[in-house]
Design a protein around this ligand. Structure first.
Ligand SMILES: C[S@@+](CC[C@H](N)C(=O)[O-])C[C@H]1O[C@@H](n2cnc3c(N)ncnc32)[C@H](O)[C@@H]1O
Length: 207
């Protein structure tokens, strides 16, 4: 039987939000891949590890080698099915080799924190990409949930949304460092967010 690549979601950051199923796989792993922060939190001295950095060839080559010897566990932030390294793994390995352990996405936690249902929300990502303008345009009752990055941050995205017909007094909730001790969640207007100090990696919820 071929060895599996287990893609384990670790939740938004704080260990309290990781599932027991993911934790069990991570603890039992001989070969462990993940971001530097995840590795420093979860890896132990007897595990053979590989860090995910900008150079994505390194973890792919590590997995190619180690999978000959046993299971490889890849830790990803939030849920693996929501903007993670899963798509790249599927380009490099057959689906039969990949097992996914789902987890709580930062997007889910952001909506939970403000007690807002997300079934009617339009969820889009500005993380290393730009959504189509049509998806961003204002319509009455629209709720937007957005992933951000350093370039497309709370200020630049707010400017884009003003240009897409959102009123300057629309409510924007900025959720930063969700689940961490220094978590910050605040609600302001689109106009104020466009002109304030940018918050880089966060979730934005527009109403
Ligand atoms: C590549 S996406 C990964 C999403 C992840 N797979 C998930 O389900 O949460 C990275 C983006 O998710 C958001 N994010 C991830 N963790 C976060 C956290 N703890 N607090 C706020 N935003 C977070 C930020 O917008 C960040 O730039």
């Amino acid at each position: 039987m071929e060895n599996k690549i287990v893609v384990a979601g670790i939740g938004p950051g704080n260990e309290e939000f990781i599932t027991p199923a993911a934790l069990k796989k991570i603890r039992a792993a001989k070969f462990l891949v993940g971001g530097r922060r995840a590795l420093s939190e979860f890896s132990t001295a007897n595990q053979i590890t590989c860090a995910i950095t900008r150079d994505l060839d390194t973890p792919i080559n590590f997995i190619r080698q180690k999978i000959q010897l046993g299971e490889v566990v890849v830790m990803v932030s939030g849920d693996p099915g929501y903007y993670s390294i899963l798509d790249l793994l599927k380009k490099n390995f057959p689906p039969s080799m990949i097992e996914v352990i789902p987890s709580i996405s930062a997007m889910q936690l952001a909506f939970a924190k403000i007690a807002l249902s997300w079934h009617d929300a339009t969820l889009l990502s500005f993380h290393g990409r730009q959504p189509a303008r049509a998806a961003l345009e204002y319509s009455a009752g629209k709720i937007l949930g957005l992933l951000t990055d350093a370039e497309f941050n709370s200020a630049t995205i707010s400017k884009i949304l003003l240009d897409c017909g959102w009123d300057k007094n629309s409510s924007v909730t900025i959720c930063e460092k969700l689940s961490y001790p220094d978590e910050r969640i605040f609600t302001t207007t689109l106009d104020a967010a466009a002109n304030a100090e940018p918050v880089k990696h966060c979730i934005l919820i527009l109403r």
